[in-house]
Design a protein around this ligand. Structure first.
Ligand SMILES: *Cc1c(COP(=O)(O)O)cnc(C)c1O
Length: 357
């Protein structure tokens, strides 16, 4: 079945150009540093983010873990958001594998951490307390609605980190979506940070891979940590080749995904029983919920949508996350909107409005 799969941009299949590049890729043993395609990809990534060096890793999770372990010693503390992907969805790797203590601050609705909260969380020099050594931000912020964080905010956190001798890491899994939405050069979002991770395998459509960027000295340490984590790969140029196509051809089209998300949101805003989050979508993610008292759960609605060829992301008992990406075209947007309308309308009107309940 040709699904209209809105669950995530991680479901994106590699493009025909990627498959062709993969089959042609010149490769070598990357653990020896001899894979020319990986080397080119890393150079390109460093250039795009304005950093000295970059490292190809198998996943965003390994990218963040590698970066955090390269910045922190055991017993150090990392400040991050309570809705951060690293805090919620990376299996506690920083503490399990790195002995890094995490300090979660409330994520504001706009995905930021309040500067005064960060300032208050930085530990004094006291042998009873862990040593604060790192702040991490996430851009776009997934759980906060796929919202982009501005260059000005990132700079402000960078200055705060610098003042206190801390490092700043950016989980930029969707960095290029943020840059596209804000219409800025990605470097405006990475210049203030010491390190950044971004994913090739989400909206950029590559089958596998993420990249960590930072100073040459930082990447040298990250390289050893990647090896410790079992992330040293051999003739991995076959994957880097797809990553190269991603960086060369898939960044400039991200605004199309954002426009389609806008269009889908417009259709859904007319849908009975559905309430869109304020200001959604800011990038390629729409967050919406079933109205209070609606008789079906989000999972039940998602199940019904499948009969219409649509897969929706369930983000809570009544909540959906719908993500547009390269494989969602204009036609798919209309079909998905129509499917929602049909499924939600098929619930008897009296039940839908809650009048008989
Ligand atoms: C997807 C994602 C990651 C890491 O993803 P992997 O699935 O490990 O590649 C990290 N941070 C955010 C915000 C993400 O959305």
């Amino acid at each position: 079945m040709n699904w209209i799969d809105l669950r995530s941009d991680t479901v994106t299949q590699p493009t025909p150009a990627m498959r062709a590049a993969m089959s042609r890729a010149e490769v070598g043993d990357d653990v020896y540093g001899e894979d020319p395609t990986v080397n080119r990809l890393q150079e390109k990534a460093a250039e795009l983010t304005g950093k000295q060096a970059a490292l190809f890793v198998p996943s965003g999770t390994m990218g963040n873990l590698t970066a955090i372990l390269a910045h922190c010693q055991r017993g150090d503390e990392v400040i991050l958001g309570d809705k951060a992907h690293t805090f919620l969805f990376e299996a506690g790797g920083v503490s399990a594998l790195g002995g890094v203590h995490s300090r979660q601050l409330p994520n504001q609705a706009d995905g930021t951490l309040a500067l005064e909260d960060i300032r208050a969380a930085i530990r004094p020099d006291d042998p009873h307390q862990p040593i604060t050594s790192l702040i991490t931000l996430e851009n776009t912020h997934n759980r906060c609605g796929g919202v982009p964080l501005s260059p000005a905010y990132t700079r402000a956190v960078g200055e705060l980190a610098y003042e206190h001798g801390l490092k700043l890491h950016l989980d930029g899994a969707r960095l290029f979506n943020a840059a596209a939405a804000l219409e800025v050069d990605p470097k405006a979002l990475t210049q203030p940070v010491d390190s950044v991770t971004f994913c090739l395998s989400k909206a950029l459509c590559a089958p596998v891979g993420s990249i960590v960027c930072g100073s040459a000295e930082f990447i040298e340490r990250a390289h050893r940590i990647r090896k410790q984590l079992g992330g040293g790969m051999r003739q991995v140029g076959v994957l880097a080749a797809a990553g190269m196509v991603a960086l060369e051809t898939m960044i400039d089209r991200l605004a199309e995904d954002h426009a389609r998300a806008q269009k889908l949101a417009e259709i859904l805003s007319e849908c009975p029983g559905l309430v869109l989050d304020p200001d959604t979508p800011r990038t390629n993610m729409i967050f919406c919920s079933l109205r209070e008292g609606f008789p079906l759960t989000a999972s039940q609605v998602a199940q019904e949508l499948k009969a219409h060829g649509v897969q929706a992301g369930v983000a809570g008992a009544r909540r959906f996350r719908l993500v547009t990406h390269y494989w969602i075209g204009d036609e798919d947007v209309l079909k998905a909107g129509q499917a929602f309308i049909e499924v939600l309308n098929s619930v008897p009107h009296s039940v839908r409005t809650g009048r008989d309940r």
